[in-house]
Design a protein around this ligand. Sequence first.
Ligand SMILES: [Zn+2]
Length: 303
Amino acid sequence: MYLFLRGLLYLIFSKMPELPEVQTTVNGLNRTVKGRKILDVWTDYKSTHKMHKGSVKEPKFFSDFKKQIIGQKIIKAKRRGKNILIQLSNNKTILVHMKMTGYFFYNPSKTAPFVHLDFTLDNQKHLVFSDMRKFAKITLIPTDKLKESLHVMHLGPEPLDKKFTFEIFRERLFKKPKGKIKTVLMDQKIIVGIGNIYSDEILWRASVHPLSTVGAIPEKNLKQIYQAMKETLKKGIDFGGDSMSDYRNIKGEKGKFQDYHQAYRRTGLKCQKPKCRGIIKRIVVGARSAHFCSIHQILFKKS
Ligand SMILES: [Zn+2]
């Protein structure tokens, strides 16, 4: 019971890496392991639960995974939504979703904590995967079947893609006209990569209340959300991601975006928007919390 409660509290207070964190890891992988050959792989993930079938947590799957990746070269790493895609020379791709506590660590100087997967590379260095809560998903997919795979087929467009125009953004949001803007922004089927932290920061910047109904938000304000989304996600990448929770980059270092939060986890603090005299408030939307300024963030609702 104690462990269950602790797990539950952890789920409530922890957060998943979002687009900027995943992109930071992908950039780090391309700087460190691109072009390297995998000589060996080890794991102590072990589960017979049906939920973990088809992932490295399933011992039978892992032994096949090992056979398929040993001797292969890492062509490059890519990102799709919150998934890391490591393309190998044999037309296979390792798909990794870091979930709550997972992160890659290249060549740790001493033993990194909570390592559950370890790749030995041809430069005698190691790429390890730390995962305290063991929630991560790691599997192997033929590269040309990736788009149709269950892991990515339902995903919406990439918000930082140059082709992702305001018109497409509006069209995506309007798939849920009655939805609350924060919830819709976080819906991976609508747009990928945005979670609890960045949605709060985007809406603070756009001056829109998180409970606003999508269909009631005027065009001008939708444009502000679109702009704020691009700027906030780019800023997240520039700061090396957010490490308010467990996220670490490939060197085991924290990102810095948490030092620049304007809304997320600033409950009770003064709003930082120039001339605004508001205080940041926290409300619970579904199982998630939303942080916002009740003065400058406008609530749009159909009357
Ligand atoms: Zn304010």
